[in-house]
Every structure is written in C-alpha cells, then in structure tokens.
Design a protein around this ligand. Structure first.
Ligand code: C2E
Ligand code: CA
Ligand code: CA
Ligand code: CA
Length: 279
C-alpha cells in the first residue's frame, strides 16, 4: 500500500505538479516582466476586401521571457488573466499601441484603425473607462480610430454590467468589436442591444469554409444578419485563396490572416504601409 501511495504521489507530481510549477514560474516571471521591457507588440494588418487595401491593425502582445524564449500568448494570457496581472499588462499594451499608432500618423502614414484586445478581467476592472480616456488623452490617439476587441463570452457573462461598460466606452467615441464570434452562446439578437460596431468571425468558421456548402451557408448567414444590424464583419484567420474567394462571395467586409500577413514588428508594418495594397 505504501508503495502504491508513493507511485500515486509520483504520478501526481509529474503531471499536475509540473503544470502547477510551470504556472508559478510564469507568474513570477510575468510580475518581473511588467517592471522591465520584456513585452512588445506585433501588429497584424486587416484588409478591406472591396479595395484590397490595409484598413487597420490589431495589436498583439509578445513576451520574451529571459531563459525561456518567446512564450505564446495562448499560454501566458490565461495566467495573467487568472492572477489579475492582465489589468496592468493590458493597460501597457493599450498605451504602447496608441503611442505607436500616433507616431505612424506623425510620420505621414495612414494606418487606418487600431484594434486592441480587452480581456474579460480588464472589462470588469474598476475605472476601465476613465483609464482608457486618460490613455487617449495622454497619447493623442483619436478615439474614432481605436477599436476595442472583447470576446463574445466576456460580453455574455454579466450581460447588464457589460452593456453598461461598453456603452460608456462607446460614448468616448471608440469602436467596439466582438472577437471570436460564433464560439460562445450569444446571438445576434442579444448583440443588437449592445453598442457593437464590428463582428470578428472566429477562425474555426473560416477554416471550415472549404468543408462544403453547409459551412459556407453558416458564414453567409452570419454576415447577412450582421449587415442587417449595421455591423462591419471581419473574417479571422484567413489562410487560403479559396477561403478568400468564398468570403468575397459572401460579401464579407474585411479579413485578417496569414494569407496576407502574420502579425509583424512595427518596422515591418511601416514597410507594409509603404508597399500599399497588394492582395
Ligand atoms: P485573438 O485576439 O483572437 O488574436 C488572433 C490570433 O490569431 C493571434 O494569435 C494571431 O497571431 C492569430 N492568427 C492571425 N491570423 C492567423 C491565421 O491566418 N492562422 C492562424 N492559425 N492564426 C492566425 P496570438 O498573437 O498568438 O494571440 C492569441 C490570443 O491572445 C489572442 O487571440 C488574444 O485573445 C490574446 N491576446 C494577444 N494579445 C493580447 C493583448 O494585448 N491583450 C489581451 N487581453 N489579449 C491578448
Ligand atoms: Ca482579437
Ligand atoms: Ca460605437
Ligand atoms: Ca479572435
């Protein structure tokens, strides 16, 4: 029995223990990263399908953890979210992205609009609206050129308080985009009651487009209903010409994805802006 107990413990130690230790490790490093210069932003262009031109950029966090290399947002954002560290990290990202965007405009570039992700925790943090307003003021970022992306799930949880916060953000003049649309339980009928400007169709639907007519019909229906509600529709994760053709046929407004460009460094963004259209 003793032996068995030990083996059970070992099993626990190697599987669960390793995961717990990894989280603890990342959490400690995230705290330190916040004080230093380990974070930076990459930007992925968004393309207007009608013109083929870049119409905006999404800021995406990158983290170079010393001794561990680049850690994927898919791994560290949840740790930051659970610990609440996403609030100061996200605020840093918003300020940095606005600063960068204004600097591009001052160089005579026309970057279009800037999208920044807001996590569920940030949405519920005290004084979010005041902080966003302060960052706009401090950086000189035009509110009308900023879009805040909030996941469908974050909006649907605590619908009433989300609606209140989104309304106050919208009153600042910033746009609101619903991210990862289709992965949660919201319906367009609910979204109608929110000051939402844009819908980002989740990558999983885009990937399914080539599977057959049913999947195409689903995306078509989402786009038609969104248009009826006056929303702009963005397709995420577009990787192939075939997907692009189907999205064009479905009258999707904008697209983002590796087909056009991965998220890239600010220097590469400037090159892309100079190169102009090119789908
Ligand atoms: P997201 O907001 O849905 O961002 C899109 C993700 O899809 C990005 O992953 C992007 O690199 C990736 N992507 C874009 N085009 C393609 C494509 O054609 N194919 C494939 N396979 N992937 C594509 P990334 O940068 O790893 O970010 C993952 C998630 O981490 C984001 O998903 C977002 O939820 C979160 N995140 C990133 N930066 C921030 C931030 O500053 N604040 C907050 N709160 N969350 C962030
Ligand atoms: Ca996003
Ligand atoms: Ca609005
Ligand atoms: Ca998304």
């Amino acid at each position: 029995a003793k032996k068995l107990g030990r083996r059970t413990w070992q099993c626990y130690e190697t599987n669960m223990g390793a995961r717990v230790r990894r989280r603890q490790f990342l959490l400690g490093r995230l705290r330190r990263a916040l004080l230093g210069t380990e974070f930076h932003l990459h930007y992925q262009p968004r393309i207007e399908l009608a013109s083929g031109a870049i119409c905006g950029w999404e800021a995406l966090l990158r983290w170079n953890c010393p001794g561990d290399g680049a850690v994927s947002p898919a791994e560290f954002i949840p740790v930051a979210e659970d610990s609440g560290l996403i609030v100061p990290i996200g605020e840093w990202a918003l300020r940095e992205a606005c600063r960068q965007f204004v600097s591009w405009r001052n160089q005579g570039l026309e970057p279009g609009s800037l999208a920044v992700n807001l996590s569920p925790r940030q949405l519920r943090a005290p004084q979010l609206v005041e902080r966003v307003a302060a960052i706009l003021e401090e950086t000189g970022m035009p509110a009308a050129m900023l879009e805040l992306e909030i996941t469908e799930t974050a909006v649907m949880e605590e619908f009433d308080s989300s609606a209140d916060i989104l309304t106050r953000l919208s009153d600042l003049g910033v746009g609101i985009a619903v991210d990862d649309f289709g992965t949660g339980y919201s319906s367009l009928a609910y979204l109608r009651r929110l000051p939402v400007d844009k819908l980002k169709i989740d990558r999983s639907f885009v990937r399914a487009l080539e599977d057959g007519p049913h999947d195409v019909a689903i995306v078509r229906t989402i786009i038609e209903l969104a248009c009826t509600l006056g929303l702009t529709v963005v397709a995420e994760g577009v990787e192939t010409e075939a997907q692009l053709r189907l999205l064009n046929g479905a009258r999707c407004h904008e697209m983002q994805g590796y087909l056009f460009s991965r998220p890239v460094s600010p220097a590469s963004c400037v090159q892309l802006m100079h190169a102009g259209a090119g789908l």
